[in-house]
Design a protein around this ligand. Sequence first.
Ligand SMILES: Cc1cc2nc3c(=O)[nH]c(=O)nc-3n(C[C@H](O)[C@H](O)[C@H](O)COP(=O)(O)O)c2cc1C
Length: 530
Amino acid sequence: MKIIITGPKGVGKTTIGKKIAKLLDVPFYDTDEEIENIFNSEKPTHLKCRDIYKIDKIHFRELEEQAVCNLAQKNYCIISTGGSTILNPKSRNILRNNSIIVFLDAEDNLLWGRMQLKGLPQFFETTDGRQKHEEKNEQLRNTVKPIADICIQIEKDKESGIHRKIAENICEYLAARSSNPNTIGEILRVTTFGESHGEAVGAVIDGVKSGIELNEEDIQVELNKRKPAQSIISSERNEKDEVKILSGIFEGKTTGAPICLMIENTNQNSQVYEKFKNTFRPGHADFTFWKKFGLRDYRGGGRASGRETVARTAAGAVAKKILSEEFGVSIIAFAEEIAGIRGYIEDLSFIEKNAVRAADTQKWEQMLDAVLKAKSEGDSVGGIVKLIVKNLSAGIGDPVFGKLDSKLAAAIMSIGSVKGIEFGEGFLSTRLTGKENNDEMADGKFLSNHCGGILGGISNGEDIVMRIAVKPTPSILKKQHTISENGENTDISVAGQHDACIVPRIIPVIESMAALTILECININEALGR
Ligand SMILES: Cc1cc2nc3c(=O)[nH]c(=O)nc-3n(C[C@H](O)[C@H](O)[C@H](O)COP(=O)(O)O)c2cc1C
């Protein structure tokens, strides 16, 4: 993502752009400078843009497109670009991609006055120069304003602090954009789509670099871990969950284009939900969706359904593969506790060998029995998932609002039924003393990992260790009190295709959200050259 500052000549794009870049601590580039750099590296000259243009207009346009292509590769930076560049449709389209366009404008009088002070460009040094200037400005306003994300009118000359105002506008815009609830990430942007009982669910992943080998099998292995009807305790909804890659791959490799992953819904039984059409199921998002949107897709919970997490798992499989192959990072989660029965043995090779995905070779059966008992009683149970990230180098994550732990928590808390998260000793650390809780150091390493691998929001090179609380499945056969949309009291018993415990099937989803977040943070580090 980059910020393009544009506007008519004399508006102060370069001066203001440089100040914003300094304020936000990101690099600054100028398309004119880039054109001059390319030209002057071809020939040993020190010509300015206006002279290069005079020598050969066609070559100038080629250089301009080349400059734009070079700058389009940059991320997290400010690019100031002149009117003629942004009026070129090809350059405009390249610049628009993955950027925020800020259009600075001012009254023609002010702009003309400023240009006269600096010395008019040759192009405007004619009797009709003023008119030409105004026509050019008009053309620019008509073409660029409609596509600009932020338009700023510069009122006075030498307005001090204007760069601060613009930076604030950019931050507000970014905050509003990132509040789009169906998309996560800035560099690696993942949008999930689809409802529980619609045609399909899936994800569009934008920002994966080109040349990574990827096929459907890479994704399918992860989906198979999440899919329903895989054991005696999971939902009977018999979905194959076969992924189709619709775009972004050519000859087995990523092309850098958005990757669209689609998984068809084939075994939905919407009829069961007819009877809940006007009634709110306790523990579900029915009441809140209805309050917020005035309507709701009552068939299986719509977007709030666990089914949406198929899409996250598919996208996460891509992130997991990149993390493992390019950075040697592995992510593994397992059921540490179910229905209050806690496992202590951590045999990671045992996770895929038992129905509850526990790592404890002895306690798993007790956990399974607790789930089966709850199921036979028409009830459900919850539990705790432990997640471990291995081999993540120190230095990933940022201070203050970019903290790795806050980003991981936000991503994992966005999964339905997750109710709590702790890192390292977490809540237990409140009962330890500083001496007990601190991770002392000797011989160039940490002597313990009470902090869970993150200090000050930045990875410290130790394993990242998290524990995630998962609530009992809300859909239960047991009779419960509720109300209808008309506010009448009624009773409800929720039959349907359900998990008696969400823990085993949420594990690949949690791993996926962690993978997407960590890859995003690595990308941010690389983009900022840290
Ligand atoms: C993988 C997965 C599977 C789920 N399966 C079910 C289910 O079978 N029945 C059910 O009632 N809720 C299920 N849920 C939980 C609901 O999606 C979630 O609890 C509900 O939308 C309310 O959201 P909240 O718990 O975040 O408040 C599942 C969640 C996940 C992540």
